[in-house]
Design a protein around this ligand. Structure first.
Ligand code: ADP
Length: 257
């Protein structure tokens, strides 16, 4: 008999992710694509990608759960769950203990507290302002003419990190131009930009237990994990496959329906 599989699709404001799991909750495949302006199309695409990379047919997938900003756009989903639920479910699966999940996404960030039994206790979310999100980093890299994928390596070379005082993207860009004019090195500025993101996020809520980091920003900029550990004086881990952990949590929800 063919094995039954379950899928999760997480339509974020910047990227769309899919995850495919088997009956035991083991991740078989995951995929990330741009959300763009066609959420439904992006969802179809990442779903097709996970099927292809796991080498399975659509009929083998028993249930699909969608999550994220654009979860209502996934026509082939059987049910929906919030991204808070799915991030918590995904992170708790790997770390079944008291957790504070810090998710830094493209256009929002969130802090979710989960108790030792896996129940969500509190959460805080910022979706109003680019500060503390991937959009802030993207805007600054664009203004400085830097590749997004080079930023982590640059920050690692920083020896004299500069402090960026303003959180607002517009003011930060003006501040950075001034710093460059006074001779600050780009790598020191990039590290300061990461610091600003981390500062903004950790001030959103109290940390309890182990900190689990999720989201695209952390997936592509591992230096952020060291900065969070330094600034919160907590035990900090990056979730396995941090960018697709919400889709994974949705796939686990599909399995448990
Ligand atoms: P969403 O909020 O849509 O779920 P993600 O959690 O996928 O977003 O995070 C998107 C962010 O991840 C982007 O804003 C960017 O900062 C970062 N990112 C995504 N892809 C890359 C990449 N290839 N290199 C560096 N950073 C990336």
């Amino acid at each position: 008999m063919m094995q039954e599989l379950y899928a999760g699709v997480d339509v974020g404001s910047t990227t769309t992710k899919a995850a495919l799991v088997d009956d035991s909750g083991t991740l078989l495949a995951d995929a990330v694509g741009k959300s763009g302006f066609d959420f439904a199309g992006a969802a179809e695409e990442v779903f097709a990608q996970v099927l292809k990379s796991a080498g399975v047919e659509r009929q083998q997938v028993k249930r699909v759960v969608s999550t994220g900003y654009g979860r209502r756009n996934v026509a082939f989903a059987d049910e929906m769950r919030t991204e808070i639920f799915c991030h918590a479910a995904g992170a708790y699966h790997y770390f079944p203990e008291t957790l504070t999940i810090i998710d830094i996404g493209g256009q929002d960030n969130k802090i979710i507290r989960v108790n030792a039994a896996g129940e969500r206790e509190t959460f805080a979310m910022n979706r109003k302002c680019a500060a503390g999100t991937g959009a802030f980093i993207e805007e600054i890299s664009y203004r400085l003419g830097l590749e997004l994928s080079d930023l982590n390596g640059m920050a690692e070379k920083s020896e004299h990190e500069v402090s960026i005082g303003s959180f607002c993207t517009v003011f930060s860009c003006t501040e950075i131009l001034g710093l460059l004019r006074r001779g600050a090195k780009p790598e020191d500025i990039v590290k300061g930009v990461f610091r600003s993101v981390v500062k903004r996020v950790v001030e959103m809520g109290a940390i309890v237990g182990k900190v689990v980091l999720t989201g695209g920003v952390v997936a592509h900029n591992p230096i952020i994990a060291d900065m969070v550990a330094e600034m919160t004086e907590s035990e900090v881990v990056t979730a396995p496959h941090p960018q697709t952990i919400g889709a994974y949590g949705a796939a686990l929800a599909a399995r448990n329906l």
